[in-house]
Each structure stands twice: as structure tokens, then as C-alpha cells.
Design a protein around this ligand. Sequence first.
Ligand code: NAP
Length: 489
Amino acid sequence: MSILIQATYFLAAILFILGLKQMSSPVTARRGIHWAGIGMVLATLVTFLAPELSDNPQAVTNYILIIIAIAIGGGYAWVSGKKVAMTDMPQMIAMYNGMGGGAAATIAAVELLKAQGEIAAARESFVGSVINEADPSLMTVSGVMGVDVTILAILGAIIGTIAFSGSVIAWAKLDGRLNSNKLLPQQQLINLVLALVLVGFAVAVYFTGDLMPIIIFFVLALVLGVFITVPVGGADMPVIISLFNALTGLAVGFEGYVLGNAAMIIAGTVVGSAGSLLTHLMAKAMNRSVSNVFFSGFGTTAGASADAGESGGSMKEIQSQDVGIMMAYASQVVIIPGYGMAVAQAQHKVWELTQLLTDKGVKVKFAIHPVAGRMPGHMNVLLAEAGVPYDLIYDMEDINSDFQNTTVTLVIGANDVVNPAAKNDPNSPLFGMPILNAEQSDNVIVIKRGRGTGFSGVENPLFLLDNTRMLFGDGQKAVNELIQSVKEL
Ligand code: NAP
């Protein structure tokens, strides 16, 4: 039976890795999700055969509890996944990330509580050997590896708990339920003290295994997750979400060691490394270091409002008929989608417009900023859903030098990712973030509903430039009007 279980875990792990590999391209991503999903189903089902469960005197009760838990969790995820609006997807991802961290922390809590008392006894008999050899009842990973599973459980507990409470705060911020960027004066100092106290209690848990230190340890980790996430500025959310994703993977990996579960170890490590890479890419896309994200409050409301209204100049409006003519006779049009396109669900209309222009001999390209929208790959998903071919879609570094050869850049619902203040204004909270060079094209047309700022809350001087015209209105409605005007030509 054990061989069957381990072989199935191995197969599941292979499916996770192959699935992840396929997710690296939009062409194969859907298949990748299915493969990883099959791996997860296999890993879940085979766990029912584990001797710890089947040989347990309470096997029937445990099976019933597990099935109820799977039905509630799976049912809720199924319904919410089907119903969620594309614009709410980032919040959902933040929340599900947090659930992974919370699950890993719960496993750690159960293991630490189970080992209560035994830990202290084992430490006393600890003479120059690892705990696994001192008291085999505390280990599930072979002593050959020389790994003290209590340390791994504690590490997983810290990381998983911080990822859980931090993700809940990220969810609240993305969902517009929490706008504050400040909890207490001297927040960073308090966080540092809190982190040190947490380490102190981790040591206490390790040596005593007593209930009270365990409880305080988890409460401190929960509070630390909240405290480090609240001050993070709005514009840094992509980095934070992917960082918590990586941390959740790491916590699951650690707890996989604690349970001796190969599938958890491999899946956790894969998520941890993929999440770390994504965090690095996101931070690079915003020209930020991860420590900067945590400690400088980039894009906070305070910095943003200080900037607002200081730009001077005025926005110049244009009508859709004029934009239609401009685009129909252009040699090249570059479309920059942003969060507003997701809100307006305008991607299908944008693709219809693209086809019309292409039929008229206009070269149309899409320029995607890595943090456009509200989650990694947000724009790519929307454009893929609308059927835009991948060869029309360009990453920032591939298209930025091409704006000089562009007759019309159509910015639809994007703001921060085309804000030239990120390049020119050292006082801007966005300064240093690479942006799409929309302003270098002959004409810039911006579709947005009004004069609202972007996610970071800062004014955008692009809207005031001589070569920029504003086409005010809801994204879908405005693009529809453009379609009509191009059709009439
Ligand atoms: P943005 O800066 O949030 O700007 C979106 C613009 O869309 C707004 O200025 C808004 O102006 C307009 N808009 C909203 N609804 C609209 C509608 N129905 N029709 C037309 N326009 C509409 O968007 P972005 O340029 O895509 O930049 C993304 C921002 O989100 C960055 O600051 C990034 O750091 C942050 N972020 C990204 C992620 C990620 O992983 N990608 C995650 C979290 C946060 P009006 O109100 O005037 O219409």
C-alpha cells in the first residue's frame, strides 16, 4: 500500500511540474491547469489509503470529517470560481493564497499540540543527536536526513501564519475594504520588535512545547502578518501577492516534511520557487526591491495626495469620429490595455476594432505592462479570452522602442503603467518604475471615464501633453463608438 501511495504522490508531483511548465505559455496554460488539477485530485484521493487514516480506530469518523471538509471547501471554491467577476479575481487569488498558508500553519499547530510534553522530554534526552533519534515518536521524516522536524514545523508555522493574515489584509485592500496605510506611529520599529519577540516564542515552543507559548506564538505571527502588510503601498500589491504566494508554497513544503508527505514537499517547493521568481519579476517590473516594498510605503495615499493637482495644464478632449479617422489612416496603432479595460469588459470590442483596422491595412499591436490590471497576466488573460492572437501581444521591453514609429497609441483604462512621472519626476511615488513609452508616439488617445487617478493615486502628466487627447467614457462604450466610426469610413 505504501508503495502505491508513494508512487501516486510521485505521479502527482510530476503532473504539478508539467502543469506549471505548460502555464508558462498562454497557448498551453489551460492544459497546464487541468494537469495540475488531476495531480491534486490524485494526491487527495490516495491520502484516503494512508495507514495513519485507515488503521486509526476513529477511521470512519475521520473519513466523514474529511469528506465534509472537502465538500464544503470544494463546493465553495467551485461556486465562487464560477461566479467571480474578472475584476475581482486578484482578491480571490489573494484570499486562496492565504488559505494555503493558513492550512500549512494549521498542520503545524496540530503537530506541535500533538507533541506537547513529549518535546520537553525529548529535549532532555537530547545528547549530541538530532531529536529524531532521541524520540522517534516525534519524527515522520527519516533521521537519516538529520532534520529536526520540530524546527521545520515551527518555520512552516511562522511563514504560513504570516502569509495567511497578510493575505487577508491584501484581500481587504484589493477589495476596497481597507484603505489605510498606517496602523501605528513607528510601525517599522514595532514590527521589528514584534518579529524578535516572535522568534523568542518560537525558541520557547521548541524547547518546552507548552500550550501557552504555542498559543502566544501563533497570535504574534498573525499580528505580524497584519502589521507588515497594512503599511504596504497600493502600487506594491503585485509584489506582495506574489511574495505571499511564494511563502505559502514554502510553508506547505516545510509541513510536507513534518508529515512525511512527498507530494506536499514537491508541490510546496515548486510553488515556493515559482512564486519567488514571480516576486522577483514583479519587483523588477516596478524597479523595486522586496525590502523596499515592505519598508518604504510606496504608493501610499499620503504620497499620492501630495502629488495630486500639482501638474498644471489641462486635458484636451476628442470625439470618437475623429479618433476613428486618425486610426483608420494610421500606419501603426498600439493598444495599451489597463485595469479599466477589465472593469469595462471591453476586450471583445477591442478585438473587433483591431480586426477592422487590420482589414484597412493598419498594423495593430498590443503593449502589455507586467503590472497592468490587478494580477500578474491580467491583460493577457482578458485578451486571450477575446481571441487576440498571441503574436500581436508584446511585452514592455519588446515594444518600448517601437512607440517612436507609432501613429496612434490607444490607452484604454490604463493609467499608472503609462505615467511618465515614473521616468521624469524624482518626487513621484512612481519614480523608478519602468513604464510603457506611450508619450513617444505621434498621437496618444486615452479612454477613461473621467479624471480619476490610477491605482497608486497619483496624477498622470501624460493626459496633459500636447499630443494627448482624452476620449471620455466607459471603455466598452467608447470602443464601440470607435468601431462604428471606423465602419462608416
Ligand atoms: P490603473 O492605474 O489602476 O488605472 C486604471 C484606470 O482605468 C483609472 O485611471 C480609471 O480612470 C480607468 N477606468 C476604470 N474603470 C473604467 C471603465 N469602466 N472604462 C474606462 N476606464 C476605466 O491601471 P493600470 O494602468 O492597469 O495599472 C495597474 C496598477 O495596479 C498599478 O499601479 C499596479 O501596481 C497596481 N496593481 C497591479 C497588480 C498586478 O498584479 N497587475 C496587482 C495589484 C495592484 P477613471 O476612473 O477616470 O475611469
